[in-house]
Design a protein around this ligand. Structure first.
Ligand code: KG4
Ligand code: ZN
Length: 365
């Protein structure tokens, strides 16, 4: 029997420092993540400079922990996979430097992995190969995008956000509702006590067949609903709020300031907002699946942990006759096992990088 290929993955693209070891692309042996949530909580979002410094402090220990949790000796590691794009440049550079150093010292190949593609691969971890072609919806704090996937490495971008990412909208709306940070998990929880149909927040579909996303209008509609439409009242020639933002702001109890909302009213706003995000994501994923003739629907990224989205995508899969692949909860948010898992496929295909590999902060189209 041949020995499995063990890949050590490193991830530091945003605010998680992570290292994990995966055998043959799907078998997770260790998954270590140092989260910086506490560090950024009081700012209500990730502060890039603080994130890079925290990565420097965490990276050595996290790699050591990932190795210790397996009985695998360094000589058995086949390659080091690094998420070198996209992300915060200062953060990416810390993981990249660590990955290059380990690859050089252990004399193993370095493999470059796109972080967003890795989110689309996360559903294969501890589960097995995905049946392609697939339509993948990746929604996280930094990205909201739809892809046609023909293999783990073959990704065609179909659409992306033109303003806020879905997770960013969750985080900002949680701030408006004074629910804390990060917003996604708490809105998910609070929404269970609310009525998702009570407030008619806008679903921005951007016309006919668009596969792009926009969440900034929805965020403004929530803000107006909570605080009222900013005065003075629009006059001739003045800039008026859009019709859907006005509609949401005019509903009962609106505009009184969040401190005057009862917990039930807060839950109704959270549930109405979440329903608007989930509807939008579901409608666009359906369009992407129909356009690509997908056999499989895949979701990934932090927002893929959302209970309402998971339910909506499960139902959509039933309706379209597609298999649905969703990552386990631990593999939705940023981690390095998705990097290691996808890295295995690059290694198999002979697509390795050299030690001049650069970090790239933006999503390449
Ligand atoms: O993938 P991730 O860890 O980081 C990025 O690559 O951005 O995603 C983090 C995002 C945050 O915006 C967080 O609020 C959101 O994922 N998130 C959720 C849930 N859990 C995390 N959003 C909605 N519902 C959740 N249950
Ligand atoms: Zn991510």
């Amino acid at each position: 029997m041949t020995e499995p290929a063990y890949i050590l993955g490193i991830e530091s693209s945003c605010d998680e420092t992570a290292c994990g070891i995966v055998a043959d692309g799907t078998d997770v042996l260790s998954n270590c993540v140092a989260s910086q949530i506490e560090l950024h909580r009081r700012f209500g979002g990730v502060v890039p400079e603080l994130a890079s410094r925290a990565h420097i402090e965490a990276i050595n220990n996290i790699v050591a922990s990932a190795m210790e949790q397996t009985a695998i000796a360094p000589e058995k590691i086949s390659a080091v996979a690094i998420a070198n794009e996209p992300g915060l440049i200062g953060s990416l550079l810390i993981g990249l430097m660590a990955a290059k150093t380990i690859a050089w010292i252990w004399d193993v190949p370095l493999v470059a992995v796109n972080h967003v593609y890795a989110h689309a691969y996360a559903a294969a971890l501890d589960a097995g190969p995905i049946d392609y072609p697939a339509a993948a919806l990746i929604c996280s704090g930094g990205h909201t995008a739809l892809y046609r996937c023909d293999s783990p490495m073959d990704m065609t971008l179909l659409g992306g956000t033109i303003d806020d990412a879905a997770g960013e909208a969750f985080d900002k709306v949680a701030k408006i509702l004074q629910l804390g940070y990060p917003g996604g998990p708490v809105i998910d929880r609070v929404s269970r006590d609310g009525d998702p149909k009570l407030i008619d927040f806008p679903r921005s579909l951007l016309g006919g067949g668009s596969l792009d996303f926009s969440f900034s209008g929805l965020k403004t509609a929530v803000l107006y609903h909570v605080n009222g439409v900013p005065g003075p009242r629009p006059t001739r020639g003045g800039r008026k709020p859009g019709p859907s933002a006005r509609r949401a702001s005019m509903q009962s109890n609106a505009g009184r300031g969040i401190e005057n909302f009862t917990p039930r009213e807060v839950a109704d706003v959270a549930a109405g907002f979440q329903a608007a995000v989930v509807d939008t994501l579901r409608i666009k994923l359906r369009r992407a699946a129909e356009k690509t003739g997908a056999k499989t629907l895949v979701i990934g990224g932090g927002v893929a942990a959302n209970s309402a989205l998971r339910k909506a995508v499960t139902e959509l899969g039933d309706k379209l006759g597609c298999e649905v692949r969703m990552p386990e909860m631990a593999y939705c948010v940023d981690n390095a096992v998705m990097t290691a898992g996808l890295g295995y496929h690059y290694l198999q295909a002979g697509k390795t990088a050299d030690l001049n590999l650069a970090a790239c902060p933006t999503v390449r189209r």
